[in-house]
Design a protein around this ligand. Structure first.
Ligand code: GLU
Length: 504
């Protein structure tokens, strides 16, 4: 049987990159074996629903190029894939558990529960609704059956709680963590269903994983504490449980705790794939897309945060990831996020792109800045300058002088390089540059070098002054390549302008 896996986000806000990584690992796992990867939206908790979050999730995966085979926005035979659209389906399952003795109706009011909590606190205990307390509460285990029936009939509020067997070891087999064992004494009789007609996450998740024929549940470590309940629910329903794999947490760069929404903007990197504007507060959180990351770089970086190929290889195309990925090479310990590494990946992926491929993004950037350019010219600049870029957004920081002549010159560079008589020397070199009808880079280079040598000028001083005139500072790519792209007329204008400004 081919694997069927799912990514099951709750639309409670923008998708954290930890969630993106979970989806990616599911995707890689499915693709590797020709399995199916589906998107299910878990929106049963209406109080946490956030406007626009579902659309955000779909757009994020589009941008990343991660495609689902089934699910919300795609369809499929086992849909609908949005839990709110499956609402009516869960109640019979809750009732089945009650009828089979695996669950019970509980009528305790919030006040009654609170009083129990306070009472326990006063005795330095924490209250837990479990085998040791459930017989003291107001539920279908303690009330006569006709009263239970009457209360339900009358529309009293109730919840359905899972009834853990007393003092029982529950085993969770996790593909990453191995065997996890917990005693039911430590577990709370979790709410599965509420009388408002909504299942909780636990019930909906298990029912849907079963009905959608999920074979492997690959999800974040934060769900490990729920796994014993899930294992028990499969048992209670008499269904075969899927295999579980709980992924290690993504940690802050210093390794101290989970990477949170706040860390990103505090430390200068995005925690979300796309920029997100909170619909209520208007607060904006940065996104990888808007920060100039390439989706391939984000995917490659995330793939290696928690999974290790077992070789030195770091750059993986998505196809290579699909081939190399395996659950047994996922680490048990948390993976530290590194901004330098994220930048490094982006830099590497920019180098893998041709100028043609980078063109649209750079074009957009220049247009947004109101800069005029010619396509052929811009292509040459991109080809020359891309090696300096970590982000396309930085293009003008490195290559701005190709579009606008400097209006001022770096003081320190001038002091170091521009001496008396420099203006005259630059004019002489400018004349040499103008000599070819069609600029011949190599010939011009040789001519200029020869000339400087025969005049016994200081090579570094003259060439750097020329560079200052062209760029505005003693930086930039190879001098003659730069002159070739800018054209000798433009170089001439810049030399004259610099002499005017510097020597006046
Ligand atoms: N809805 C849960 C979430 O938001 C899904 C957890 C799971 O994969 O079981 O992450």
């Amino acid at each position: 049987m081919k694997p069927r896996v799912r990514f099951a986000p709750s639309p409670t806000g923008p998708l954290h990159i930890g969630g993106v990584r979970t989806a990616l690992y599911n995707y890689l796992f499915a693709k590797q074996s020709g399995g199916t990867f589906l998107l299910r939206i878990e929106d049963t908790d209406q109080t946490r629903f956030v406007e626009g979050a579902e659309e955000y999730i779909i757009e994020a995966f589009k941008w990343l190029g991660i495609e689902f085979d089934e699910g919300v926005g795609i369809g499929g035979e086992l849909g609908p894939y949005k839990q709110s659209e499956r609402k009516a389906l869960y109640k019979p399952y809750a009732e089945q558990l009650v009828n089979d003795g695996w669950a019970y109706y509980a009528f305790d009011t919030p006040e009654a529960l609170d009083a129990k909590r306070k009472e326990a606190e006063a005795q330095k205990r924490t209250f837990q609704y479990d085998a040791s307390t459930r017989m003291t509460m107001e539920n279908s285990l303690t009330l006569p059956p006709d009263e239970v029936a009457r209360r339900i009939q009358d529309g009293d509020h109730y919840v359905v709680r899972f009834k853990y067997p007393e003092d029982t070891e529950i085993h969770v087999h996790d593909l990453i963590r191995g065997e996890v064992v917990i005693n039911s004494r430590l577990l709370d009789d979790k709410v599965l269903y509420k009388s408002d007609g909504m299942p909780t996450y636990h019930l909906a998740n298990i029912v849907d994983d079963h009905l959608m024929q999920i074979t492997h549940v690959i999800r974040g470590e934060e769900w490990l504490p729920s796994a014993p309940l899930h294992v028990m629910l499969y048992k209670a329903f008499g269904w075969e449980a899927p295999q579980f794999a709980h992924l290690p947490l993504l940690l802050k760069p210093d390794g101290n705790g989970k990477l949170s929404k706040r860390d990103g903007d505090r430390l200068g990197f995005p925690v979300f794939p796309l920029q997100w504007t909170d619909p209520k507060s208007g607060e904006v959180s940065s996104g990888y897309r808007e920060s100039g990351y390439l989706p391939e770089a984000v995917i490659n970086m995330l793939a290696l945060l928690g999974w290790n190929p077992g070789t030195e290889q770091e750059i993986f195309s998505i196809d290579e990831l699909v081939k190399a990925f395996s659950l047994d090479k996922i680490s048990k310990s948390g993976a530290k996020f590194s901004l330098d590494k994220a930048k490094w990946f982006n830099h590497e992926y920019i180098q893998l792109k041709t100028a043609e491929e980078l063109y649209p993004a750079v074009e957009k950037l220049l247009v947004s800045k109101g800069i005029q350019f010619d396509k052929e010219y811009l292509m040459k600049v991109i080809a020359l300058m891309k090696e300096r870029l970590n982000f396309v957004n930085e293009f003008l920081d490195h290559a701005g002088f190709f579009f606008t002549a400097p209006a001022e010159y770096n003081e320190q560079d001038l002091k170091k390089r521009w001496k008396e008589g420099t203006g005259g020397k630059l004019r002489a070199i400018d004349t040499l540059l103008q000599q070819d009808k069609v600029f011949d880079m190599q010939a011009a280079h040789d001519r200029v070098m020869e000339y400087i040598k025969s005049n016994e000028w200081n090579m570094g001083q003259v060439l750097n002054s020329l560079r200052i005139a062209i760029v505005g500072e003693a930086k930039g790519p190879e001098l003659f390549t730069m002159i070739d792209i800018l054209g000798t007329d433009e170089v001439h204008r810049r030399v004259e302008k610099a002499i005017n400004i510097v020597e006046s």
